[in-house]
Design a protein around this ligand. Structure first.
Ligand SMILES: Cc1ncc(C[n+]2csc(CCOP(=O)(O)OP(=O)(O)O)c2C)c(N)n1
Length: 334
């Protein structure tokens, strides 16, 4: 750390760009997601995470950029690829790893796992294994925000594959009809499971939003600063105008659909655009010394290692507790 602080001082002396601190923070958050998911991959391969996991490598710029302008009382609903959303919204690494590893002290007491991780205390309503399912949940939350009368809003993240789901169309319609403060955020990685989305839908989200009369903005999701700037503007508008808006980001799914996917269907051989590398290069341009960046990365790796070790030591849920908090208790009848 001392070395990094020294390096930071040298950066300042050589005209470190004024925009560097914000980008450092965005980069730190993206690296946290990347390192956490790297560990998820290893834990899954070692059989320490039950169920399936879907990693979001390549999509961190969207999670981090959008979440940068949200408040704790704004709510988000996520997808099956929701680790980045949960962490960027404020779920701590401890609650995250304990949940994914099915531990009794996880964010959802180990009952949700990767595809249902939620933390209501930070406005994270949940990941969702049903494609498009989170869209309707966010819509309901947006309606609640409206009825409460504050200036909170709801955000749903969904993939381009969800565009083929009726729930997305119905939600756009109701959001506009009832003027619900909701931001629809599409992470367009071009894939719908194992099929190019171009083989699944006949329209663009831009045209769909226009059909419902909802304002639309689209941009490159691999540039976290662009995402953050656009999102800040659109979030402000939704907060003020109390109606829906649509944001769409082109992004890259670097890994397979799920962990273990051999991707034999995949023909896109161009190297993926990695938002971490994009931000890393820009930090360099802004005069942030490599040693400072490496120190940040090392700190995050240590923090992730610590959280994983803590999760390993956490208790498993007991057999006796299996029926708790699953359904409302009912009286047994003869
Ligand atoms: C209602 C529903 N239909 C089908 C599936 C199977 N399924 C799982 S992921 C997926 C595609 C998801 O693509 P997208 O929404 O673009 O998200 P990405 O995986 O690209 O992040 C499908 C069809 C599902 N989980 N739910």
């Amino acid at each position: 750390m001392a070395e990094a602080r020294g390096a930071a001082a040298r950066g300042a002396a050589h005209g470190r760009n004024a925009r560097a601190p914000e980008l450092i923070e965005l980069y730190r958050r993206m690296v946290t997601i990347r390192e956490a998911e790297k560990s998820c991959g290893a834990l899954f391969a070692a059989g320490e995470i039950p169920g399936f996991i879907h990693l979001s490598d390549g999509q961190e710029g969207v999670s981090v950029g959008v979440m940068a302008s949200l408040r704790a009382d704004d709510t988000i609903a996520s997808t099956h690829r929701g680790h980045g959303h949960a962490l960027a919204k404020g779920l701590g690494l401890d609650g995250f790893f304990r949940e994914l590893m099915g531990k009794a002290d996880g964010a959802c007491k180990g009952r949700g796992g990767s595809m249902h991780v939620a933390d209501l205390s930070v406005g994270m309503l949940g990941a969702n294994g049903i494609v498009g399912g989170g869209v309707a949940i966010a819509l309901g939350s947006g309606l609640a925000q409206k009825l409460r009368g504050g200036d909170g809003l709801a955000i749903c993240f969904f993939g381009d594959g969800a565009l083929a789901e009726g729930i997305v169309h119905e939600s756009l319609n109701i959001a506009q009809l009832k003027q619900i403060p909701i931001l629809f955020v599409c992470e367009n990685n071009g894939w719908s499971e194992f099929s190019p989305t171009s083989t699944q839908v006949t329209f663009t989200l831009e045209k769909l939003a226009a059909a419902y009369g909802i304002p639309y903005v689209g941009a490159d999701g691999s540039d976290v600063e662009t995402v953050a700037e656009l999102a800040a503007d659109v979030v402000d508008r939704v907060r003020r105008d109390r109606g829906p808006a649509v944001l769409e980001f082109a992004t890259t799914r670097i890994r397979g659909h799920y962990e273990g996917d051999a991707q034999r269907y995949r023909q896109d051989k161009a190297p993926p655009v990695d938002p971490l590398l994009v931000a890393r290069a820009r930090l360099d341009e802004r005069g942030v010394p490599a040693a400072e960046v490496e120190a940040i990365e090392a700190d995050i790796r240590a923090e992730v290692r610590r959280a994983v070790e803590a999760a390993r030591l956490s208790p498993d849920p007991t057999l006796e507790s299996a029926a708790e908090e699953v359904y409302a208790p009912v009286e047994a009848t003869a």
